[in-house]
Write a protein that binds this ligand. Structure first.
Ligand SMILES: NC(=O)c1ccc[n+]([C@@H]2O[C@H](COP(=O)([O-])OP(=O)(O)OC[C@H]3O[C@@H](n4cnc5c(N)ncnc54)[C@H](OP(=O)(O)O)[C@@H]3O)[C@@H](O)[C@H]2O)c1
Length: 220
């Protein structure tokens, strides 16, 4: 669907000038599994530049991986070989066993994004996983607006996290440092801050109130 995060978030930010821009001054390209020719509608709608997967990652400063967990292990193993040095990888994913099949490591307590990082062989920053794609498109507002939606940002690399928090702010949301990746169960599906569009205070309360126990209905 137009507006799916898989489409809107799988983008890269280039240093060089590029025909496609996201309106914030970032040059963005996008890939899927079927090839750039299948992304022409999305390109027309968003201005993102459709490209083959390897080309999207090549030289990218930020890569947003937004695909179902079950697809992560089948990404090419050399995918990040030609990314920019120090590339920041964002993971928007959530584990749903009904969709992804049972993943033992996650069922046994690894966080969704720590598992993704392990599969990719790259540290990731977890963000955008707890907001509906359409809300990400529609509900961004300038900093200081009352009720501005806040988004938790979890990761182990402080510099990468700072870069991502700046991006979150540019997109119209209040970023909150949600700690390390192994604490990111606090923002996974079934937690209070997931899918409820809270503001800063609401996200803080939601992260505090979250339980590391995955709800029964979200277990495989
Ligand atoms: N949708 C939401 O509102 C939302 C909100 C928060 C978090 N999330 C999470 O974000 C992730 C993506 O969600 P989604 O709703 O965008 O899923 P989706 O609608 O199923 O889209 C998946 C996208 O991933 C692409 N893809 C799948 N396998 C691929 C591969 N091997 N290589 C390259 N691209 C591949 C698909 O391209 P093809 O069609 O060409 O295969 C498609 O564009 C999921 O983990 C989801 O739980 C979603």
């Amino acid at each position: 669907m137009a507006g799916a995060p898989g489409h809107h978030r799988r983008r890269k930010h280039r240093r060089q000038s590029h025909p496609a821009s996201d309106g914030l001054g970032h040059d963005v390209s996008v890939a899927n599994s079927r090839g750039p020719e299948t992304l022409s509608d999305l390109a027309a709608e968003t201005g993102a530049f459709p490209a083959p997967l390897a080309e999207v990652v090549s030289g990218a400063e930020i890569v947003i991986v937004s695909i179902p967990e079950k697809a992560v292990p089948v990404l090419p193993k050399d995918l990040f070989d030609h990314a920019a040095e120090g590339v920041t990888v964002i993971d928007t994913g959530n584990y749903y066993p009904q969709r992804d099949g049972r993943i033992d490591a996650i069922e046994n307590g690894q966080t969704d994004s720590a598992w993704v990082a392990e599969q990719l062989g790259k540290p990731v920053v977890k963000v955008f996983n707890n907001i509906y794609a359409q809300h990400l498109l529609d509900r961004g507002v300038p900093a200081g607006t009352a009720g501005r939606i806040a988004l938790p940002v979890a990761g182990d690399d402080h510099l990468a996290k700072e870069k991502v928090m700046q991006l979150v702010d540019e997109l119209g949301f209040d970023p909150i440092d949600a700690g390390r990746l192994d604490e990111s169960w606090r923002q996974q599906p079934g937690t209070p801050a997931s899918g409820t569009d809270p503001d800063l205070e609401g996200v803080r309360e939601g992260l505090d109130a979250a339980s590391p126990e995955r709800p029964t209905e979200l277990r495989g």
